[in-house]
Design a protein around this ligand. Structure first.
Ligand code: AMP
Ligand code: MG
Length: 399
């Protein structure tokens, strides 16, 4: 992957978006807080604001209540010695006061408030900038904004954020056997199957920082594949195809990329996922994913999606991995790293994981009910029940 990241040129253009559109986008310019939060000294509790010194010197006295400070309705008068002001959480604490006394420990009398509890150990006043200090950086370039960030930025009064432009991604499937889902099963001719890869690829990219164009399915026809890839490469930063990359007679994608631009053919030591084509036509990068549906998904998640995220300006991150105890045996021949599909569950004793049946790379059903990949190291042989394996939860992979 490091080699791939060295090849890829991240998108340079930026754009300004407003907060509702900012989630998932990659920050381009540092976001600096223009104000502090809170912007004034605010009460952390409902109670009474007064001078701590007065309370310490006259703990038994009744303090006249000279006003009220509510959230959004500050008390603006002066608070004299031995006086107090009723305050509520989030309300401005008058400058004269350096202590809030909790209402639960206060007795309200005709002529004022008397404090019945212990001397408070803290002021219950949130200082200016207790949460956010004006001038500090709230989001660094390269950070992918999330829902928490929108609240954080809104709290600092920010609505506009400069982000990287989305990566333009075009998705194709290839194969003469493919029929558009929705076609009545009775109309399927011998040898035909429904196209599924385009749907999984488009859906798996839905939350990535990219704009996806679904270019449909290509016939196994060299001229048609070439013309379509040439045209789409002028419209996109990245093209993703599935099928047509293995060394067979009907593998037109690799030859089309080679004749239109440059082709780097990768024999990823990955199961499922071999082979994978990578190439470039002008400024557009192409990922020719293998056609078997499971291989398509694994190579998309492990190679193409991180590449797109990198091009979007987001620093690459290793996927989250946790250890789990295997509850079903895994058969594996040493040689290639394998990502089997599994279901992990949390138990009191820790995580347990089981594979989802026959793991053939054509079996999309292995993803049904799955919530993780089980990483089987390339040197590993068969794994017994009870073995400890590394599990990659899909949540971490899907962003
Ligand atoms: P290929 O790499 O084109 O030789 O395809 C490998 C296998 O994946 C074949 O069984 C294809 O029928 C199947 N396949 C290729 N593309 C798709 C697709 N878009 N949807 C479902 N299956 C596909
Ligand atoms: Mg094919």
């Amino acid at each position: 992957m490091a080699q791939l990241f060295r090849t890829l040129q991240p998108v340079q253009e930026t754009q300004t978006v407003t907060l509702p559109d900012a989630v998932g986008r990659i920050v381009a310019d540092r976001v600096v807080a223009p104000v502090s939060l809170p912007p004034f000294r605010a009460s952390a509790m409902d109670g009474y604001a007064l001078r701590k010194e007065d309370l310490q010197q006259h703990p038994q006295s009744t303090f006249p209540v000279v006003g009220e400070s509510l959230a959004g309705h500050p008390f603006t008068g002066r608070v004299e010695r031995m006086q107090c002001v009723r305050v509520f959480t989030g309300a401005l604490v008058p400058d004269d006061c350096d202590q809030v006394y909790l209402q639960e420990q206060t007795e309200t009398l005709e002529d004022g408030a008397r404090f019945t509890g212990e001397m408070p150990k803290q002021s219950y006043i949130r200082g200016i900038g207790h949460d956010i200090i004006a001038g500090t950086c709230l989001s660094e370039p390269g950070h992918q904004l999330n829902a928490f960030d929108t609240g954080h930025l809104a709290a600092a009064g920010i609505t506009d954020v400069v982000v990287q432009r989305k990566v333009r991604v075009g998705v194709f499937s290839t194969g003469d056997e493919l029929v558009e889902p929705g076609t009545a099963p009775g109309l399927l001719k011998a040898g035909q199957i429904y196209d599924s890869n385009r749907f999984t690829v488009v859906s798996l990219l839905a939350r990535a920082p990219c704009d996806v164009t679904n270019y449909g399915a290509l016939a196994d026809n060299p001229d048609a594949v070439k013309a379509a890839l040439k045209q789409a490469s002028q419209e996109c930063d990245v093209l993703i195809t599935s099928g047509g990359v293995s060394v067979g007679d009907a593998d037109f994608v690799t030859s089309a990329i080679a004749s239109l631009g440059s082709l780097g053919f990768w024999r990823l030591n990955l199961k499922p996922g071999k082979p994978l084509a990578f190439g470039q036509i002008d400024n557009c990068y192409l990922f020719g994913l293998p056609g078997n549906p499971v291989s398509t998904i694994v190579t998309l998640l492990m190679v193409a999606l991180p590449a797109i995220t990198f091009m979007a300006g987001h620093a690459p991150e290793a996927p989250l991995a946790v250890n789990a105890r295997l509850t079903s045996a895994i058969s594996h021949e040493p040689g290639r790293m394998e990502f089997q599909r599994g279901v992990y569950k949390a138990h009191a004793a820790g995580l347990e994981v089981a594979v989802t049946g026959d793991q053939s790379s054509n079996r999309l059903s292995t993803f049904s009910g799955a919530n993780c990949f089980i990483e089987v190291p390339k040197t590993s042989g068969n794994l017994e029940v009870g073995s400890t394996v590394r599990v990659l939860p899909f949540k971490g992979l899907l962003g």
